[in-house]
Ligand binder design. Structure first.
Ligand code: MN
Ligand code: MN
Length: 287
């Protein structure tokens, strides 16, 4: 349930009820290329979620505060350095092994790589919808192949998913266009695509949503390390989440940087998206 007491009680309990959605904090930002900060994001998102300035209902009126299948597991306990990447994968896999599904709170976008490694073993025919200002398809950045600018190159090289669709993209350079062509990534660019144009043909589940908050325009979500003007509104993003095909089997919300989020507004946006995504995952569990 979405309240602070359940968060404390349920911390890393592996006693997850069947069909539950585990909300897992992944407080790791060592692969951020420009500035650190996203490691502190999960705590800020939970704080926004529990704030009595709002309530625990989704827009459709589903009260997640009354929903025992939503389990707030707190933050993963991670070692310093790249050893964290394997730890993230193992811990996510443990949750999936319980028959639960995972909604992860980053962290920088590197965390999606170990999460998708674990997810792909449970869902071999996975489609990823990646919503971001950036394609994160660099082969390497500043000599680092694990940079948060690279996870989708690694995911495609490792053959972890059958299809990768990117939305919100508005920073494609020549190198990343080549990478996208090489891996067969389907990019619906921000400058030309709107939801009214429709999602790509045949898009279906099992679906994993990787949501980088900088997909949103900085006017709506200023608290990120790489604000990129010309992005989605919060409303447009919520409508996209609602329009995604079922079943939505896993998701992450990454790249909130609390050090850039002076009014805490971006954490509010993340918390709202968490509720709507969790509700989608819950509904889709039975379909
Ligand atoms: Mn990203
Ligand atoms: Mn980004």
């Amino acid at each position: 349930m979405l309240d602070a007491s359940s968060h404390e009680q349920d911390r890393f309990s592996m006693d997850l009820p069947a069909g539950s959605i585990a909300v897992v904090g992944v407080p790791w930002d060592e692969k951020s290329s420009y500035m650190r900060g996203p490691a502190g994001a999960p705590a800020h998102i939970r704080q926004a979620l529990y704030s009595s300035s709002t309530n625990t209902s989704t827009e459709c009126g589903r009260d997640l505060g009354e929903e025992p299948r939503i389990r707030m597991l707190g933050d993963l306990d991670l070692p310093v350095g790249e050893a964290a990447i394997a730890t993230i994968e193992r811990q996510i896999e443990k949750v999936l092994d319980q028959g639960a599904r995972v909604l992860a709170l980053g962290g920088d976008h590197c965390v999606t790589l170990p999460i998708v490694r674990a997810q792909s073993r449970h869902f071999p025919d996975l489609t990823v919808v990646h919503i971001d200002a950036h394609p994160d398809l660099y082969d390497e950045l500043e000599g680092d192949r694990l940079s948060h600018a690279c996870p989708f190159s690694r995911i495609m090289e490792e053959g972890l998913v059958s299809r990768l669709v990117q939305l919100g993209i508005r920073t494609l350079n020549a190198h990343q266009r080549e990478q996208a062509a090489r891996f067969g990534v389907e990019i619906l660019e921000m400058r030309s695509w709107r939801l009214a144009d429709g999602l790509p043909k045949g898009l279906g589940g099992p679906l994993y949503l990787s949501l980088d908050l900088d997909a949103l325009d900085p006017a709506f979500a200023p608290g990120v390390s790489h604000p990129e003007p010309g992005g989605l509104s919060t409303r447009e993003l919520l409508d996209i989440v609602e329009a995604l095909p079922s079943p939505l089997v896993g998701a992450d919300i990454v790249e909130l940087n609390p050090l850039r989020d002076a009014a805490g507004l971006t954490a509010r946006v993340a918390a709202k998206l968490l509720k709507e995504i969790a509700a989608r995952m819950l509904e889709d569990f039975t379909t």
